[in-house]
Design a protein around this ligand. Structure first.
Ligand SMILES: [Zn+2]
Ligand SMILES: [Zn+2]
Length: 344
């Protein structure tokens, strides 16, 4: 059984005087180095290149965009989330410190994050989804436009309004995708995320690569609704940032913001509860959907155990767990899987 208690709640702060200044100075230094690298990239790294590999010539184009696109998550959004958390909680409680002496659960998070950034998980997802990952909303959008003459185009709105509108729409579809993830059929795939025993900022990235629900309930509708590429980038940044923060070690419900606007780390922790005797709640990245469609409650006890009662190996070697969960999904689909009483 996977059992964990919130190791941070109720403890007195152990932040040493001046540690916040050190954290701020460290982040300022990091930001300066990042700025220097940003400046140096177009000046010292060519945008096009040819590589000769085993007799073949490999041509690389738009190298700057590729580096900046891939690096923005790892070099900008994640460090900002880690820094923000550290500034609030102090070094002792921070995810940064936990990453330096990782628990078995956080080792899984770390390995998953590395494999995800190396596109291994994306590739595994394409195989596991048996081609479903290539489904795009573009064809549906064109079909609807041909039949109805209506093609939605978010570009008629100014970018900040587009980002606000599409983030709200994204969170609406994400709410339903998340609820579907908690149904008996799809739970084995979502369970991998809930198996985390400790929260750490990067736990947010730990999502089973067989993302069937996300393709149909999130990606396709968002494309049909005509978000411009610029809006998609900013919505993705906001989603990634919020995903990191709700898995942070910040012990806060964020007041009225956490109640109506954006999910807080406290409410997401309540969503990850181990105890399945009460219904799971707090599904939405925007809590307003929980208020409207179910999932909100006034429960706010932070000192709860998180995890699932399905055994997980935890640690760097995560392939058996991923494959077992994938097999359980298919066994459930063909009616060959037995459910334990505590399963959703
Ligand atoms: Zn969930
Ligand atoms: Zn989570």
């Amino acid at each position: 059984m996977t059992v964990a208690t919130f190791p941070l709640a109720g403890r007195p702060a152990t932040r040493k005087p001046g540690s916040r200044s050190l954290i701020l100075a460290g982040f300022a230094l990091y930001a300066a180095l990042l700025g220097a690298a940003w400046w140096a990239l177009p000046r010292f790294v060519p945008d096009q290149a040819s590589l000769r590999l085993m007799g073949h010539v490999l041509k690389l184009h738009n190298i700057h965009d590729k580096i900046l696109g891939n690096a923005s998550l790892v070099l900008l959004i994640l460090p900002c989330a880690l820094w923000l958390e550290c500034a609030v909680t102090g070094w002792e409680k921070s995810s940064l410190r936990a990453l330096l002496a990782p628990s078995a659960s956080i080792k899984t998070d770390m390995m998953y994050f590395v494999l995800d950034q190396a596109h291994v998980m994306g590739l595994a997802g394409r195989v596991m989804m048996l081609g479903a990952s290539v489904i795009s909303g573009l064809a549906l959008k064109d079909w609807l436009a041909a039949r109805t003459g209506i093609a939605l185009d978010g570009g008629i709105m100014p970018l900040p309004l587009q980002v606000a509108v599409y983030f709200t729409l994204y969170s609406f579809f994400d709410y339903w995708a998340h609820r579907i993830g908690h149904t008996r059929l799809f739970w084995p795939l979502h369970r991998f995320h809930h198996a985390a025993q400790d929260f750490c900022v990067i736990t947010g990235a730990r999502i089973h690569p067989a993302g069937f629900v996300g393709i149909f309930v999130l990606t396709v509708p968002m494309t049909v609704l005509g978000a411009t590429p610029e809006a998609v980038v900013w919505v993705n940044v906001a989603v990634a940032m919020l995903g990191y923060l709700i898995h942070s070690r910040i012990e806060s419900g964020w007041g009225w913001i956490g109640r109506y606007v954006l999910q807080s780390p406290l409410h997401h922790r309540l969503h990850h509860k181990l105890d399945m005797t009460q219904a799971t709640g707090f599904f939405g990245m925007m809590p307003v959907w929980d208020h409207l469609f179910g999932g909100w409650s006034e429960h706010n006890e932070a000192n709860i155990a998180i995890g699932v009662d399905t055994p997980y190996r935890h640690g760097f070697w995560l392939v058996p767990d991923l494959l077992r969960d994938y097999r359980d999904f298919w066994l459930g689909l063909i009616g060959k899987r037995r459910y334990s009483p505590s399963e959703v």
